[in-house]
Design a protein around this ligand. Structure first.
Ligand SMILES: C[S@@+](CC[C@H](N)C(=O)[O-])C[C@H]1O[C@@H](n2cnc3c(N)ncnc32)[C@H](O)[C@@H]1O
Length: 216
């Protein structure tokens, strides 16, 4: 059994989770970072509090903070219920239980909401979506990150989408990192190999790294 969702879920993670998921060093944090599909993560807000300024991009940002909150609360309990119904599919080391997971997702959402209007005015939250990052110039970022969108939703987006999306991220950034490589069904996405082949045939260096974060 795996989590069933109609569409991409508006859940967000914290800066600490992003650091673990992407192996971000203190040096990485000083880079020009683009978070693609950051949604209601508190990554941007927490980076701001630490004196860094990054850009987050998501189609969700066409909505107000209130609407994003409404979307979150519209799905969170159903998803946590699904998680509770299959406890063995999850690793409870970072988040201690389904209720702790819910609390942490809510905490990220609240931090995001508190920063959203200011961040929008400052251009830190931009409306946009893969596979075309319109209005973003070539190599204008050092690092582009994509957490819990590509590969995870392999049932919703096909191989061509993944290849185009990753090529597009590499157009705007020197380096990109993507997590996870698993689908919602907890299997390695069948698009990982074709994407790697495409990248290697275009002379990009590709590495798969084990990181200190596991949930699925
Ligand atoms: C599960 S959330 C993950 C949010 C955040 N990256 C994190 O890990 O905390 C997936 C996000 O992908 C966004 N999304 C959906 N379609 C997208 C697209 N075509 N391009 C970029 N992001 C997209 C959704 O709006 C949502 O905010």
């Amino acid at each position: 059994m795996s989590i069933k969702v109609e569409s991409v879920v508006p859940f967000g993670r914290s800066l600490d989770e992003y650091q673990k998921v992407f192996n971000l060093s203190e040096g990485d944090l000083t880079k020009r970072i683009l978070g693609v599909g950051d949604g209601p993560a508190s990554f941007n807000a927490e980076m701001m509090q630490r004196g860094y300024s990054i850009t987050s991009l998501d189609p969700l940002y066409k909505f107000s903070a209130e609407e994003i909150e409404r979307q979150f609360y519209g799905v969170v309990d159903g998803i946590i219920q699904q998680v509770k119904s299959m406890p063995d599919n999850w690793v409870w080391t970072y988040h201690k239980s389904p209720d702790d997971l819910r609390e942490n997702r809510e905490k990220s959402l609240k931090r995001f909401v508190g920063d959203y209007e200011l961040g929008k005015r400052q251009g830190r939250y931009r409306i946009g979506e893969l596979p075309h990052l319109r209005g973003i110039e070539d190599k204008s970022y050092d690092l582009a990150l994509c957490s819990h969108f590509l590969f995870l939703y392999s049932d919703h987006f096909d191989c061509e989408f993944h290849q185009a999306a990753i090529q597009e991220m590499l157009r705007v950034a020197t380096e990109i990192r993507v997590f996870p490589l698993l689908t919602l069904g907890r299997k390695k996405s069948v698009y990982v190999e074709p994407v790697i082949q495409m990248l290697q045939s275009n002379d990009f260096d590709v590495t798969i790294q084990k990181v200190a974060y596991e949930l699925q």
